[in-house]
Structures are given as structure tokens and as C-alpha cells.
Design a binder for this molecule. Structure first.
Ligand code: SF4
Length: 687
């Protein structure tokens, strides 16, 4: 399919009047067709057919006529990647709990099924009831990263609605995107109706209320579908007034003569000039998902997951997730224990994941880990905690969680090879800390350490790149000291600067430069055969970088790449970069200008009108600090440095639910695991 013109065979569509009847609220609606009968005979002809059948434990199927608003929630990648996504599962449960709403889910079909769908006129369908996308009121799509943009266009087109928002009618769904990549939705501006900024829980309810009120008003006016009353534009005006909702059609991008952006300004009365993000203040009030969906087939994470806190204030300058999800909001230990116990019982999963951006940083993680380890000791249930903290405490915690299993692999993320480079990115780990941590881990029986790094970081010199290899070698020598079979893997990817971070002004390295740096590392470690190197494809960051910091002028390239066949841009099996390069050529999108150029302080950025809570002036100061190797403490354990996020939120930011005791964050003061409180009781007592 790649590199060839798309063959569009339109899915079966109803005419306008019939579509209008399907979309009426409640029992007045005609139920749309289910495409199951057409789909089922095709499934033996595709890979992994189980991902299209639905029927999972905890799925919700609501009668079409019982709901006033109907949502299709979508993760724009395959079922195996998207099914475990917590964001979708949270919104699915919240919406389905509403007596007037209905929510189903959709994922991207792999190219084999897409071809058959186009051939047989089967639109993008919901997993629960195989109803078509075009019949729903809201198509809610999560964009965890930028590499699902072409899939989004494809799902819209396959779903029987135009991929361009200005061609959609009152009887088409509203296309709403959220997630981290929605913090710069400008490359998608012509294709989406609304981008939602921030936490989705409350705003989903607000959008649902807005759409329901609109449908009721419309029902109360002229006969449904007559076109004489409320319009799609009216609905968008109402949605633009919902806090956290950005309607790109109501804004105009203005440019300087030299091509730099001047401003993105509202052109519709009532559209805010600065769209604020939504922040839920207390995770305790949002205990979701309670009824986690159990996948029908293999997925990337098969476990019961509980988000133990949201946000991160460690201040890693490369990390968009950490910056945009501030401040930290913790879930209570007793709630975590309850959610896990009920969830494991309900779902039958035998693995539990305690999720967050840096799970070892929960202020009560030690008693949480102890209590869960006690509960599941001697059972088949294992506990995992995605933490890449580089310190002895992480080893202690991993020992506790591994009570039920073998001590196999530990992962640490120093991110950069030299102390100087780690100061630039504000990853406060010194080389001696890492080596000491590795020593402790191997001496306590761990067999394999994985170290994550990036190349292409701002201000990087060749000596910083070589330091990655040298650190890998030193860690490997430690590993061998404790056992001939011990292993070390260093994993290196290319850095992509992201919006709303201090590195948003930084130039991105070209793939050629990334390749040169990876070759340096490979050459340096080549005589250490037991030290494994894993690298990402240097070209992988090209599309991601363009879409992360592009403005509306990038949208034609997105559209053209999709028309030329680009799909699944993040998949190794789908090398779409040549297609994208052709699309950029045809649409005059200058990759170097968007990605490889440093911005100055005065330059307007395409996301300046979207407020992540972080002051742009603070981000600039942090960028200047980065360039002078200056580090900044985590504000949970030090003074507030006024990044802009907390004012107005009633959040006790600097104390967790452990009663005020704070875990050590700076590993440089630690003398190994014996220097840590080694018994959970000491943590619980606030020692
Ligand atoms: S406003 Fe202060 S306390 Fe809140 S996240 Fe920013 S630096 Fe931390």
C-alpha cells in the first residue's frame, strides 16, 4: 500500500435524512446497522482476527435508543497496542455510568482488514456492537504521541465521514482529540473539531452535557434533520465555551514575511485567546477504571493497572509528559490496595502494574509495595512498577516487589552519558550514583540491567556521546564481577524536542547526525561482546519531530502522506518516511525549517495560545539554565520555583499521603541500600 495512490471505496452510507434519524436522542432514534454479519466472513483472511470481535469481560453494550449522546472512543493504533490504554478505559467507564450516555470503542484496523473493509463497504466500526463511526455523536480520539495522525485521517475516511472538518455536516460526529499530542494540535487543525487540553475525566462529562443539551434543543425546534434550526457551527460555538476545549476553526494563524509565526488569534466571538488545560484536583474522586477490560487476544500490557499518582515535578527538561501533567496528585495507599484487590479478583489478571510517570516517587511507595507484596506472597500474582529511578531505593523496592518471582531485569534511565549532559537535561544523577546502584543490584542477585539513553540532546558534544558507551562498559564490568552470566543492555534513542518543555526552542538532530552518534557508541563498545546495544532507527524521530512542533502549514503534508498510503507511522513494519518525504516535497513543507532550527525567545510558537499552566517565561529561564548546566530541584521537596502551574489549584503539592515523610530524591547523598530505611515500618513510621 505504501507509496501508491489510495483507492477509496466508500463504505456503505445512508442518505442524509436516514442518517439524521439514526442520530436522534433516545428512543426517537433508528438504530444504525451492525456490520458484524459483513465483517465476520472476512476475519479468516486477516492477521489477528480476534482483535476485531469484541466481547471482552467488562465491555458495556447499551441499547441505541437508551442513550441521548453516543460516543465512539478511539485509540488510533491496533487493538493490541491501544486496548490497555488507561485514558480510554477511564473515559469509557465514566461515560457509560451516565444514564443518558453510551460509549463504545474503536481501534485502527491493520492494513489487511482496511483493504477488505474498503472493498466490502464496511466502515470504521465499534468493537462492542460493530456500529459505524458515522452514527455516533462524538468521535473521541486519544493522541498519546504524534505518530497516529495519519491513522486518525484514515479512520475518519473509512468511517464514512470527511477527514476535513469544514466538509462535515450537522449529521456527522464531532471529532474530539485529547492526550499529550493534543497540546499542539495545529498540524491537525483542518481535520479535527475540538482538541481537549489536560485531564479528561471532568471535561468529558462537560462535553457530554453540552452535546446532550444541544441535541435536546435541536429536537425541540424544527423537525429533526430539516436543517432549519441549529447548525454544526452552533454546536462548535457551545463547545468552544467549555473550559479546556479548543476549536481550531475559530482561530487564525498569522505569519511574518520571513515565514515565522506571528500569532494564532481567535476569530470567533467567545473563543478564548488562551485555552486553559483542565486539571482534576483529587484523584480520590475519580477512582477509575474499576472494571478494567480484559483483552480478547494478546496485547502489549496484559495486567491490571492502577495509576498511583498523576503528574511529575522532577523537572527533566526533555520530558513533555512530566511538564504538562504537573502538579503531582497522589492516590491514597488504602485506595490503591482496594483497587488492586478488587481488580485482580474481577479480571483474573496475574500481574499488577502500579503506574505513573515515576512510580517509585509516590510518597508512600514503600508501605504500598510492602502491603501488596504481603497480600500476594505465595500466589501467582506478580507486581510491577515501571520506575527508572537511578538509586538504591529503586533496588530495595524492586527486591520487595520481586518476592514472588526471580530477580531478573532492572531498568534505569540515566538518559545521558556524562554528568554535564545530565545537568543540562536536569536528570540529577551522578555517574558514581549509577555505578553504586548497579553494584548493589548485582550484589543482591539481579542478573540484568538495562540502561536508557538519548543522543541528540541540546548542547551535546561528542564526548557526551562517548560517555554513554563508557558508562555502559563500566556497568558491564561491575556485572561481570558479580557473575559471568550477568548482562547489561544499553538502549539509545534519538531525542525529539517537544512543545511545552524547556527544550521547545532547541534544534533537533538530523537522522544523519543521530546515525553518526550511534556509530560512535557502537564502535566504542565493539570489543565488549557481552554488552548489548539496542538503538532506535535514526529516521524514526523525523515524522514525530515535524508533527510535534509543526504549525498549520504542516497539515497539507499530513493529508498528502495519508493519501499516498502512510499508516502506522510508528511501526517498524511500515517504513513510511519515504512517503512522508514525498508528501513534504509536494506540499512545500520544509522539514529543516520546522525541526532542525533553533528558535529565539521572541518567536511565537504554534502552541502559545494553548495553556499547559507553565509560564513561557519560566520555560525560557529553564532553557537558559539548561544551557549553563544549571540544575533545579524537584519542587515537591524544595521551594516552589514558580513555574505557573499551581496557583488557583487547591492542591497540597509538597506533602503526600504518607503524612509528610518524603523519600530521598537526590541519590548522591546515599551510601547504598544500607543507608536507606530498609524496613517498610520505618517508612510507615515516618522515620
Ligand atoms: S507552581 Fe511551584 S510547586 Fe507548583 S509545580 Fe510549579 S514549581 Fe512546583
Amino acid at each position: 500500500m505504501l507509496g501508491t495512490a489510495r483507492t477509496v471505496i466508500a463504505p456503505a452510507r445512508l442518505d442524509g435524512a436516514e442518517r439524521a434519524e439514526v442520530r436522534r436522542p433516545g428512543a426517537a432514534a433508528t438504530a444504525p446497522p451492525s456490520y458484524w454479519d459483513a465483517l465476520e466472513p472476512l476475519l479468516p483472511r486477516v492477521k489477528k482476527p480476534a482483535q476485531y470481535v469484541g466481547g471482552e469481560h467488562n465491555q458495556v453494550v447499551t441499547g441505541w435508543g437508551s442513550a441521548e449522546t453516543r460516543w465512539l472512543l478511539c485509540y488510533p493504533d491496533t487493538y493490541e497496542v491501544g486496548q490497555p490504554n488507561q485514558g480510554i478505559q477511564i473515559l469509557y467507564e465514566i461515560l457509560n455510568e451516565r444514564p443518558t450516555a453510551l460509549a463504545e470503542r474503536a481501534y485502527a484496523p491493520w492494513t489487511d482488514l482496511e483493504a477488505l473493509q474498503r472493498e466490502h463497504g464496511i466502515p470504521t466500526f465499534s468493537l462492542e456492537s460493530h456500529r459505524p463511526l458515522w452514527a455516533f455523536d462524538v468521535f473521541g480520539v486519544t493522541l498519546p504521541h504524534e505518530l497516529g495522525h495519519t491513522n486518525l485521517l484514515n479512520l475518519l475516511d473509512l468511517g464514512g465521514i470527511s477527514h476535513r472538518s469544514d466538509r462535515r455536516t450537522i449529521d456527522d460526529p464531532i471529532v474530539v482529540v485529547g492526550g499529550h499530542a493534543a497540546y499542539n494540535p495545529e498540524p491537525l487543525a483542518p481535520f479535527i473539531d475540538v482538541a481537549v487540553m489536560g485531564d479528561g475525566e471532568q471535561v468529558a462529562i462537560d462535553i457530554d452535557d453540552c452535546v446532550r443539551a444541544f441535541k435536546r434543543d435541536r429536537e425541540a425546534g424544527a423537525p429533526w434533520g430539516s436543517g432549519t434550526q441549529l447548525t454544526r457551527h452552533d454546536l462548535l460555538v457551545r463547545l468552544a465555551a467549555v473550559e479546556g476545549c479548543y476549536v481550531p476553526a475559530f482561530y487564525e494563524a498569522r505569519y511574518h514575511e520571513d515565514g515565522r509565526l506571528r500569532q494564532v488569534v481567535p476569530i470567533q466571538k467567545g473563543a478564548p485567546s488562551l485555552v486553559p488545560k483542565r486539571t482534576i484536583q483529587d484523584l480520590e474522586e475519580w477512582q477509575y477504571p474499576r472494571k478494567q477490560l480484559v483483552p480478547m487476544t494478546e496485547t502489549v500490557h496484559e495486567r491490571f493497572s492502577v495509576e498511583i499518582f498523576r503528574g511529575c515535578t522532577r523537572g527533566c527538561r526533555f520530558c513533555q509528559a512530566g511538564m504538562i501533567t504537573r502538579p503531582v496528585r497522589e492516590r491514597r495507599p488504602e485506595t490503591i490496595q482496594k483497587l488492586v484487590e478488587e481488580g485482580v479478583k474481577d479480571t483474573g489478571f496475574n500481574e499488577v502494574g502500579l503506574l505513573s510517570l515515576s512510580s517509585a516517587d509516590h510518597s508512600a511507595i514503600a508501605p504500598i509495595a510492602r502491603d501488596l507484596a504481603d497480600t500476594y506472597e505465595g500466589t501467582v500474582t506478580s507486581l510491577s512498577l515501571p520506575s527508572t529511578r537511578v538509586d538504591a531505593f529503586n533496588v530495595t523496592l524492586s527486591n520487595e516487589l520481586a518476592r514472588n518471582g526471580r530477580r531478573t531485569g532492572l531498568t534505569f534511565a540515566p538518559e545521558a552519558g556524562s554528568d554535564r549532559m545530565r545537568a543540562v537535561i536536569n536528570k540529577m544523577v551522578r555517574e558514581e550514583d549509577l555505578l553504586q546502584t548497579a553494584e548493589i543490584a548485582f550484589s543482591e542477585g539481579w542478573r540484568h540491567i538495562k540502561l536508557y539513553f538519548m543522543v541528540g540532546l541540546p548542547t551535546e558534544r561528542d564526548e557526551d556521546v562517548l560517555a554513554i558507551a563508557e558508562l555502559g562498559i563500566k556497568t558491564y564490568e561491575l556485572a561481570r564481577k558479580h557473575g559471568k552470566a550477568n548482562k547489561v543492555t544499553i538502549s539509545v534513542g534519538g531525542f525529539v524536542p517537544k512543545p511545552h518543555t524547556p527544550f521547545q526552542w532547541a534544534p533537533q538532530d538530523s537522522p544523519e547526525e543521530i546515525k553518526r552518534k550511534l556509530t560512535m557508541i557502537r564502535q566504542t563498545i565493539k570489543h565488549h561482546s557481552g554488552l548489548k546495544l539496542r538503538t532506535n532507527d535514526p529516521e524514526e524521530g523525523v515524522i514525530e519531530g515535524l508533527l510535534a512542533r509543526g504549525d498549520r502549514r504542516v497539515a497539507p503534508a499530513v493529508e498528502r502522506a495519508w493519501q499516498l498510503g502512510a499508516r502506522f507511522d510508528g511501526w517498524h513494519e511500515m517504513p513510511t518516511l519515504p512517503t512522508w518525504r514525498q508528501a513534504m516535497d509536494e506540499t512545500d513543507v520544509d522539514l529543516a525549517w520546522f525541526s532542525y532550527r533553533e528558535r529565539d525567545e521572541k518567536e511565537a510558537l504554534p502552541w502559545d495560545h494553548l495553556d499547559s499552566g507553565l509560564e513561557k517565561s519560566w520555560l525560557w529561564e529553564d532553557w537558559e539554565d539548561a544551557r549553563s548546566d544549571k540544575q533545579l530541584d524537584d519542587c515537591r521537596w524544595s521551594a516552589c520555583y514558580d513555574c505557573g502551574v499551581c496557583p488557583g489549584l487547591s492542591i497540597e503539592h509538597d506533602t503526600g499521603y504518607s503524612g509528610g515523610f518524603q523519600l530521598p530524591v537526590l541519590p548522591s547523598n546515599l551510601g547504598g541500600s544500607q543507608a536507606l530505611p530498609t524496613t517498610p515500618e520505618r517508612y510507615a513510621a515516618g522515620d
